[in-house]
Design a protein around this ligand. Sequence first.
Ligand SMILES: NC(=O)c1ccc[n+]([C@@H]2O[C@H](COP(=O)([O-])OP(=O)(O)OC[C@H]3O[C@@H](n4cnc5c(N)ncnc54)[C@H](OP(=O)(O)O)[C@@H]3O)[C@@H](O)[C@H]2O)c1
Length: 255
Amino acid sequence: MGTVLITGGTGALGKLIVERLRSTDHEIRVLSRRPGAGTHVGDLQTGDGVSEATAGADLIVHAATDFRRSGRHDLRQTENLLAAARDARHLLYVSIVGIDRLPLAYYQRKLACEALITESDIPHTILRATQFHELIAFILSTVDRWPLAPLPLDFRFQPVAAADVATRVAELIDGDPLGRAPDFGGPELFTLAQLTDTWRTATGRPCRTIRIPIPGRAARAYRAGYNTCPDHRDGKQTWADYLASNPATTYRLRG
Ligand SMILES: NC(=O)c1ccc[n+]([C@@H]2O[C@H](COP(=O)([O-])OP(=O)(O)OC[C@H]3O[C@@H](n4cnc5c(N)ncnc54)[C@H](OP(=O)(O)O)[C@@H]3O)[C@@H](O)[C@H]2O)c1
């Protein structure tokens, strides 16, 4: 039994991690910028409230991110967390499969966060996961009412339920620090065209799609599936099962 602090514990993944850890003997702390949303108010960007949240926490799950601003502040936020978390027995960072092969600003910033953690003296585990079902659902729900939905239909994904990733995080944080954990992917690999077909079966939309031919290295990497880990089909919930259990699903971007 220990005290676990979850940064990002109010986010799409983090709230599921909190749910999992609440069924253990651990004391749970949730850092949030918004009073009342977590157990501790704090801002990783400014550092306000962070040492109060980390004091006495022997386990830390770092799932906070600034995705809406392409992770522009993630490095500073991770620095502030590491500075306050020197006494932690185990820090787990949630990262993304393929960030070293996909030239996107958000991914490069996450890679820099991984490096900070690796170079720190804090015993740690870095867990890279593939895109969540919730993210694919958000992308499709953004365009599916348009008369003609423009999508990069040839991009490849291996979507995973955030709930399955949360279960893995809860297992890992209780174990020994692994450095880099094996990647964690969803049970199936699809093109976005195939994911859209299943979405259409579940929702009746979109009526028509058109493939947008996105140029550049990042798009090529998505077409090649560098964001997937076919040898790690660990998640249990399929895309179709996710849609069946979340008929009106939305993925709210936070920040
Ligand atoms: N989405 C995906 O498909 C996917 C796939 C693989 C890995 N990941 C990784 O999984 C992690 C969680 O992603 P998510 O999609 O669940 O995130 P999310 O829903 O966007 O949630 C972001 C969280 O970060 C917190 N946060 C942001 N700025 C903060 C600050 N300055 N101080 C304190 N907290 C701050 C927010 O808390 P408050 O607003 O309450 O302050 C919120 O709880 C991220 O590291 C992401 O890169 C995501």
